[in-house]
Design a protein around this ligand. Sequence first.
Ligand code: RFL
Ligand code: PHB
Length: 405
Amino acid sequence: MRTRTQVGIVGAGPAGLLLSHLLALRGIDSVVVEIRSREHCEARQRAGVLEDGSVALLRDAGLASRLDQLGLQHGGIYLQFGGVRQHIDFRELTGGRTVTVYAQTEVVKDLIARRLADGGADAIAFSCTETEVADLDTASPVLRYTDADGNRHEVSCDAIAGCDGFHGICRPAIPPGVLTTWERDYPYSWLGILADVPPSTDELIYAHHSEGFALHSLRSPAVSRLYLQVDPDEVAESWPDERVWDELSRRFELPGWTLQRGPVLDKSITPMRSFVSAPMRYGRLFLAGDAAHIVPPTGAKGLNLALADVAVLAPALDALLHGDEKLADAYSATCLDRVWRSTHFSWWMTTMLHRTPGADEMATQLQLSQLRYVTSSRAAATSLAENYTGWPLLPRLPSDADHSY
Ligand code: RFL
Ligand code: PHB
């Protein structure tokens, strides 16, 4: 089947779905092609923290009715190390900035519901196979896929957005030699659980411990989300629920405070990686979100970066389709400024808080010194708060671009 759309979008994660909606608001047609089922996309446990700028973006795009009802505004985090738990007060340090705890599953549900309501059932093709992109260096790139009923489609587009995550097909479709990549794998993973128990804390706790990092997050007043640093070769089967709770209790231990336990609803292990590839564009293919860059989750940045990319991409594609290439030409450099800032912050939080297997005692002392500094110096605490709550979503003007990726 041969069809046409203005923008072909590969991937129905936060980046692809929000892009499709932002384009629709500008009167631009798109089709989203996704290999997974709708149920899978809506249930995948991932991020939970939205920067102020991401909340404002979703609100401005008319997507925040459930977010405004269910999102939990947090004005800081706790850093725990050396037997003490200290609060970093974002509101006070940054002149009122906060973050909002609202699960990625909910962002995705809101986006899918809105796209299907506005664009009809054909706006998103779920459960596709054999996705391909071609003719990327022409003015009519092509998106091919086989739909859930086995029909092969060929969609002629004006541009294609590769929003298909780290393991997608779009980045590898760029010819060899075009991309430069930077990568760092960390020698640990996160074991994450979702638990049917009210959180034992009012704000997130990031804990440094001699046995390894732990994070207490949440999804709602009734559901907790917790993470443990584990070795990269660990499998979830080696971590029965009691073992997970015992280890979490040990790493968060504090006199007079108890970690409440409850039924575990979900358990999974995630490797930790930093990855950036540039440029984020090849011809009429534009990469956005995890397709172009990955950060370790310690800074809570991945989802926010994905949303920020498409906030820049939507007006750039709008201008491109009207014959003005300036914003499209600036897209990669504009996004990479934020990407590198978040990459550095995520690396910094990760290396400050995790135990590196084989590291000597000096490495631990340097981490503890940095944690004492961050919790005692207003300048250092402000830097953490400013990075964690995020930077305003102000795309640079093309004339401001001072480096060309
Ligand atoms: P996604 O969400 O991976 O979506 C990509 C979509 O593309 C589909 N796909 C394809 N579709 C068609 N054809 C193909 N060949 C395809 N190949 C793949 C996939 O099925 C999928 O639906 O990428 P996107 O949209 O760029 O969004 C990125 C975010 O999902 C990611 O950065 C965050 O989840 C990272 N992250 C966090 N980010 C935050 O901002 N705050 C957090 O608190 C936070 N915590 C986390 C996280 C990620 C985690 N994991 C599991 C990696 C915590 C964890 C544990
Ligand atoms: C989460 O709630 O899933 C979460 C929160 C903060 C992080 C990472 C993950 O840094």
